[in-house]
Design a protein around this ligand. Structure first.
Ligand code: 5GP
Ligand code: ZN
Length: 114
């Protein structure tokens, strides 16, 4: 996906503030943070959204969740807690069509989701 923004960030063609990386996932600070800690965790392979998951690429979900735990530890929010958000499609306001998990923390967000 040559002109996918997050594929280009993973390749290093566009700079990012890296928080964590392994064989399967890349994690970097959101450019427009919504909380003191706001990190995006993305699979290294291009998948459009949650709707792009299938039997062949489903293992990425496991890799992403392992990555999220490592990000939380690296950012020092594993004990205080954090929220994970995945926007999928138009009604959720997804703007970048490369699957990404928002990891938000460093502030008490309360019980309301919306
Ligand atoms: P979405 O709305 O698709 O769930 O989230 C996309 C996120 O990507 C937004 O929170 C936005 O701030 C972030 N974003 C967009 N462009 C860039 C960029 O070039 N670099 C970084 N680090 N984040 C970006
Ligand atoms: Zn991509």
């Amino acid at each position: 996906m040559d002109n996918c923004l997050f594929c280009r960030i993973i390749k290093g063609e566009i700079p990012s503030s890296k928080v964590y990386e392994d064989e399967y996932v890349y994690a970097f600070k959101d450019i427009n943070p919504a909380a003191p800690v706001h990190v995006l965790v993305v699979p290294k392979v291009h998948i459009d959204s949650l709707e792009g998951l299938n039997e062949e690429n489903l293992q990425n979900v496991v890799h992403i969740h392992r990555g999220i735990k490592n990000v939380a530890k690296a950012m020092g929010i594993n004990e205080s807690g954090y929220r994970v958000i995945v926007n999928c499609g138009k009604n959720a306001g997804q703007t970048v069509f490369h699957l990404h998990y928002h990891v938000l923390g460093g502030i008490e967000m309360g019980e309301k989701i919306l």
